[in-house]
Design a protein around this ligand. Structure first.
Ligand code: MN
Length: 231
C-alpha cells in the first residue's frame, strides 16, 4: 500500500504498568452529565444523554510525573476547563445493554474537555454545531489509562481539578446523571463502538476560564493524575 502523502501518525495514550500504548480511534463526549453543572449552564433535570465528538488527534497524552504544554487556542477569550473521567473502550460492540457494558471497558483515565466557551455559546445561540467550541487542536489533554482490573472503585471515586493550586472542581463519579454503563448503552445504540474509542463522561460543576500561564492539575481517585500548563 502506498499513499499520496504520509498517513497521519496514530495518537495514543500511555497505559499504566505497560510498555504498549492505547491507540485512539474516536473521542466521544457526553454533554451536561452532572446535575450541578447542568444548572450552572442554565439547564435543569435529567434529559436523555447527548453526545459530541473531538477528533482523535485533539488528544494530548499526559505522562505521569510530567507537565503537558498546551497552547492557548485561537479565536477565543474564554477558554474553559472541564475535568472528566475518561472511559477507554477495549472491544467492538453495538446495542450494548447497560448490564453488559463493563466488559467492553479497557480502562479509565483523567481528561480535560477544554472548551472555547464563547464560541460554543455563540453556536448554541444560533443552533449551529459545537465543533469550533469543542473540537480544536489540543482540546483533550488525557492521562495514562489504568486498566479496569487495576482501577479502584471507580463508581465512587472523587474527581477534582485545581488551577494554580486552588480548588476549582470537586465532585464524585457517583453523581453522574447517566452512569458509565448507561452511557455505553446509549452511545452504542447510535454508533458501533470500537477498540480505541474514548468516552469523556462529562464534567461536574465549577467550570471556569483559564489564562496563559495557568497550571491545571486534574485527578480521579486511583487513576494517573494529569498536570497541564497553558502556554
Ligand atoms: Mn465536557
Amino acid at each position: 500500500m502506498s499513499y499520496v502523502f504520509n498517513p497521519p501518525a496514530v495518537t495514543s495514550l500511555p497505559v499504566v504498568g505497560r510498555g504498549e500504548r492505547f491507540p485512539i480511534h474516536r473521542i466521544y463526549c457526553v454533554g451536561r452529565n452532572y446535575e450541578d453543572h447542568a444548572k450552572e449552564m442554565g439547564f435543569t433535570g435529567r434529559e436523555p444523554p447527548f453526545f459530541f465528538m473531538k477528533p482523535a488527534d485533539a488528544a494530548v497524552p499526559v505522562d505521569a510525573d510530567s507537565t503537558a504544554q498546551i497552547a492557548y487556542p485561537t479565536l477565543t477569550q474564554n477558554l474553559h476547563h472541564e475535568i472528566e473521567l475518561v472511559v477507554a473502550i477495549g472491544k467492538a460492540g453495538k446495542n450494548i445493554k447497560a448490564a453488559d457494558a463493563l466488559q467492553y471497558i479497557y480502562g479509565y483515565a483523567v481528561g480535560l474537555d477544554m472548551t472555547r466557551r464563547d464560541l460554543q455559546n455563540e453556536m448554541k445561540k444560533q443552533g449551529r454545531p459545537w465543533c469550533i467550541g469543542k473540537a480544536f487542536e489540543q482540546s483533550a489533554p488525557i492521562g495514562a489509562i489504568t486498566p479496569a482490573d487495576q482501577a479502584c472503585d471507580i463508581v465512587n471515586a472523587e474527581i477534582s481539578l485545581q488551577v494554580n493550586g486552588a480548588d476549582h472542581q470537586r465532585s464524585h463519579i457517583n453523581k453522574l446523571i447517566w452512569n458509565i454503563a448507561e452511557t455505553i448503552e446509549h452511545l452504542s445504540a447510535a454508533w458501533e463502538l470500537q477498540p480505541g474509542d474514548l468516552i469523556m463522561t462529562g464534567t461536574p460543576e465549577g467550570v471556569a476560564a483559564v489564562v496563559k500561564g495557568d497550571v491545571l492539575e486534574g485527578a480521579v481517585t486511583g487513576l494517573s493524575p494529569i498536570k497541564v500548563h497553558i502556554a
